[in-house]
Every structure is written in structure tokens, then in C-alpha cells.
Design a protein around this ligand. Structure first.
Ligand SMILES: Cc1cc2nc3c(=O)[nH]c(=O)nc-3n(C[C@H](O)[C@H](O)[C@H](O)COP(=O)(O)OP(=O)(O)OC[C@H]3O[C@@H](n4cnc5c(N)ncnc54)[C@H](O)[C@@H]3O)c2cc1C
Length: 439
């Protein structure tokens, strides 16, 4: 949840910036409307836009977003377990438009950083004074033979939310009792490190309630994973006989290297072949395509950033935040994207006014639902620092749920996670309906 401490910090930072907006006669603001273009209206981009327009209404803020409705990946696993409706994950851009933000329902196809323009698929071109990229993730389909955007219509990833989420749920519902569901999990880094294991719990919960003879086989490219102790305890406690977790070890490499969409067969690096009734392939990921096209990504496909403000480390004059950024130990989560968005907004306001942005502080917390009223969490704070002469984000005060915690603590975690969902939707989409919406 965005707690009092964090709100306090934000307000502190923004107060500093706001006084800058009012006090300084800055060229960009004084000579007319400075133009900020934000590509990607998700957890990161929405946050930047909302804060900028709220703090400096004279700014011309445009979001370029390809989807008319945002369906949040965060909490989408709850849908598979029956703990949240699909509609409750969907949010319009009306709240941001009401603030005076322009939301262009279009696709950014090209960026000219020196000419300061963004080209749109619809034929338009947008000029900017400040550019922010928060386009989420792209998929590296070539990492698994036989997987492609077309194959994903049969073997859904559901790692961007929307039609893929519905497709996976429809397949689970259509499956016979006794069917095998296969989930393939990539190596790090990827969007939401604990996401696959929360999904495993939620799919297993669905199977336990509706198709108890069925199984969920996880084929994982990794040897360890986020919140592992508490997750494995939940697999035993709630889903024994349903979840079959296969982590890569010295003998078997469970990294999936080939899939066949016609037969729903998957093959691992160590030669294991398995057929599923439903196959959920979580692909190898990269930064969003447009961030790569803008030259902001390194050879591994992610965008290195400057820890003090999430400006690209590779291309001057561009901010890259959210999942596209590679930010040391800071995980790819909506909480992180929202926290980074606050810093980026403060930095832009400072740049446009000549004010001081203040010292950046970031935070992440990620809750995972195991079963009814039983959630675990992991998190840390992060500040800019240095290691071996290189700028990095240094983690502070990390915490992670442990095995054997009380039911009361787990219930409290669940309530915190729900409150956080409402808070981030309000923060990134100016959608306060979420505050009164239940589940
Ligand atoms: C199953 C699952 C569960 C998760 N659970 C949690 C959780 O519990 N807590 C948590 O904090 N995080 C969670 N996450 C992670 C979270 O969803 C992401 O980290 C977060 O959405 C990242 O924000 P972002 O702004 O980088 O990207 P997004 O929120 O994905 O926003 C990117 C936006 O950019 C748009 N876009 C991309 N390219 C273009 C273009 N060229 N032109 C126009 N628009 C474009 C996309 O349509 C999208 O709307 C989960 C993820 C998954 C998959």
C-alpha cells in the first residue's frame, strides 16, 4: 500500500517542486505551454501525466496509448482464482482527460530525439519539450521455437492483460476435469518476479474448486524465485497433489525451448516433452518495442537508466521508466513504476522551472494472493548510490513474508494489497471509482 510514510515523502518532494513552479520564471513555462509527451498510459506513464497536470496545469501533457481501456496486469491473477472480476481490472482514461491531459489513442512508431518529435501510426506527429517512455514490455518470441504472436492465441501468455487474460480463463473453463495445465516460466529479468507463482496458486485454486482431478505443471527456467519459502509452503498447504513445481537443477534444465501450438506440446532444454490441455507460456521479455526503437535499450533488450531520475543512460533527453527500465535490484512491478513516475514528474517540473528536484527515493512492495485471505508480500526502499564507481540503486530495509506466519498477518497483507490497488489506480488514472469498487 502507498503508506503514510510514502505519501509524506511524495508531498515533501512535490511541495518543493510546486514552490519552484510558482516562484521561478522559467523559460519553458513563461513563453507558453511546455509540451510533455508520454508514450504508454499504464502504471508508470499515467502516474507521470497525472502528477504533472495536477502540479502544473499550464503544461501541455499528452499520453500516447494504443489501448482505449487499460486492463491491469496487477491483480489479474486474482481473476483466475475467482477473487476479482475481469471488469474490476479495467480502467478508462476519462479521469486523466478530465484533468486536461490529452490521451491520443494511437501507437507511437518512431521517435526523433534530436528533432523532438514522436511519429504516430495514425499519421500524426507530436512535438515535445520533454519525452517520457513507459511502454511496458515486449516479447522475445524467438527465444522459444514455435512461439509467436499467432501461437499465443492458442497457448496464451496472459502477461499483458486483456484478451489474453480472458483467453486463458476460457481455456481453463473449457478443460475437462483431469486435464493438465502447463505453465512455462522464463529466467530473470521479467515483469513481476512473483507473478508466475501467484498465478500458480490462483489457477490451482480454480482447479481445486472446479476440476479437482486436474494438475498444474510448472516448468521453470530458474533455480530459485521470489518469496519462494512462503510460496512453496502454500503449494503444500493448499494445493498438494495439484501443483507440480519443476525448478531447473544440476540434472534437468526445465527452460522451455520449443512449443507446438497444434499439439499443445512443450519441450525443455533437457529434452522433457509434455502435452497440456492448457498451456500458459510466459515468454522471455524485453523493453517495450518503442523504447528499443528509440535507442534506449542495451544488447540484452532492457533500458539502463540514471538512478537519480530515470533519464535514459544511453539517449540524452528521454526518460524511461517502468518495466522497460533496468534498475538494478528494483523489480519490474506496478508499484515500482508508480514510484519511479513520481520521481520523473518531479524531475520534469524541476527541469521546466529551474527548480531543484530533490533527492530521489523509490519504493517497491508486491503482494501475492495464495488463497482466500492469505497474502504474502516482498519489498524494499531504493536510493541512488554507487558501486565500483558506477551509479546504482541501493536497496534499503528489505522485507519478505516468511513461512508459518499467522492467519491474521496474512489477512492484513491481503487488505493492504487491495488498498494499494485502489490507491495506484487513483494515482495513475485519476479513477477514484476504484476506491469504492469491491474486488
Ligand atoms: C500476472 C501479473 C501480475 C502482476 N501483479 C503485480 C502486482 O501484484 N503488483 C505490482 O506492483 N505489479 C504487478 N505486475 C506488474 C505490473 O503489471 C507492471 O510492472 C506494470 O504494469 C508496469 O508499468 P509500465 O508503465 O511499465 O507498463 P504498463 O502498465 O504495461 O503500461 C504500458 C502501456 O504502454 C502502452 N504502449 C506500449 N507501447 C506503445 C506504443 N508504441 N504506443 C502507444 N502505447 C504503447 C501499452 O498499451 C500499455 O498500456 C503484474 C504483472 C503480471 C503480468
Amino acid at each position: 500500500m502507498i503508506d503514510r510514510r510514502e505519501f509524506g515523502r511524495l508531498l515533501g518532494g512535490m511541495a518543493l517542486v510546486t514552490s519552484g513552479v510558482r516562484a521561478v520564471t522559467a523559460p519553458a513555462l513563461a513563453t507558453g505551454k511546455a509540451k510533455v509527451v508520454i508514450v504508454g498510459g499504464g502504471a508508470g506513464g499515467g502516474t507521470v501525466a497525472r502528477i504533472l497536470k495536477t502540479e502544473a496545469p499550464q503544461l501541455d501533457v499528452t499520453i500516447v496509448e494504443k489501448r482505449e481501456i487499460y486492463t491491469s496486469c496487477f491483480n489479474s491473477n486474482h481473476f483466475f482464482g475467482g477473487f476479482r472480476s475481469f471488469a474490476s481490472l479495467q480502467h478508462s482514461y476519462d479521469g486523466l482527460r478530465k484533468l486536461g491531459i490529452t490521451v491520443a489513442n494511437d501507437i507511437a512508431t518512431d521517435i526523433d530525439v534530436s528533432g523532438k518529435t514522436v511519429k504516430l501510426a495514425g499519421g500524426g506527429t507530436l512535438a515535445f519539450d520533454q519525452l517520457v517512455l513507459s511502454p511496458g514490455i515486449g516479447f522475445n518470441y524467438s527465444a522459444i521455437e514455435g512461439y509467436s504472436a499467432e501461437a499465443a492465441e492458442i497457448l496464451p501468455h496472459a502477461w499483458t492483460a486483456g484478451s489474453q487474460t480472458l483467453l486463458l480463463m476460457q481455456q481453463l473453463e473449457a478443460m475437462d476435469d483431469g486435464g493438465v495445465v502447463i505453465m512455462t516460466v522464463p529466467g530473470n529479468p521479467y515483469r513481476c518476479p512473483p507473478g508466475p507463482y501467484e498465478r500458480a496458486c490462483m489457477i490451482a485454486h480454480y482447479l481445486k474448486m472446479h476440476k479437482p482431478k486436474s494438475k498444474l505443471v510448472i516448468l521453470d527456467a530458474k533455480t530459485t524465485f521470489s518469496k519462494q519459502g512462503a510460496f512453496e509452503e502454500a503449494f503444500d498447504k493448499y494445493y498438494s497433489g495439484i501443483i507440480d513445481l519443476n525448478l531447473t537443477n544440476e540434472i534437468d534444465d526445465f527452460r522451455v525451448v520449443r512449443v507446438d501450438a497444434n499439439t499443445r506440446e512443450v519441450e525443455t532444454a533437457s529434452g522433457l516433452k509434455l502435452k497440456g490441455a492448457v498451456v500458459n507460456v510466459i515468454p522471455v521479455q524485453t523493453a517495450g518495442e518503442i523504447a528499443i526503437a528509440a535507442g534506449c535499450a542495451d544488447a540484452k533488450g532492457w533500458c539502463p537508466i540514471k538512478p537519480q531520475n530515470f533519464a535514459s543512460a544511453l539517449v540524452d533527453g528521454v526518460y524511461v521508466l517502468g518495466d522497460s527500465a533496468i534498475a538494478n535490484d528494483m523489480p519490474k512491478s506496478a508499484y515500482s513504476a508508480n514510484s519511479q513516475g513520481r520521481v520523473v514528474a518531479a524531475d520534469i517540473l524541476a527541469a521546466l522551472t529551474g527548480g531543484e528536484p530533490g533527492v530521489a527515493r523509490y519504493r517497491n512492495t508486491c503482494w501475492s494472493l495464495l488463497a482466500a485471505d492469505d497474502s504474502i508480500k516482498i519489498g524494499a526502499d531504493y536510493t541512488p548510490g554507487e558501486k565500483d564507481g558506477k551509479p546504482i540503486l541501493v536497496p534499503h530495509d528489505p522485507f519478505v513474508s516468511q513461512k508459518g506466519e499467522t492467519a491474521e498477518m496474512r489477512r492484513k497483507n491481503y487488505a493492504e494489497g487491495l488498498a494499494w490497488y485502489h490507491a495506484i489506480i487513483s494515482d495513475a488514472f485519476n479513477d477514484n471509482a476504484a476506491l469504492t469498487q469491491k474486488g
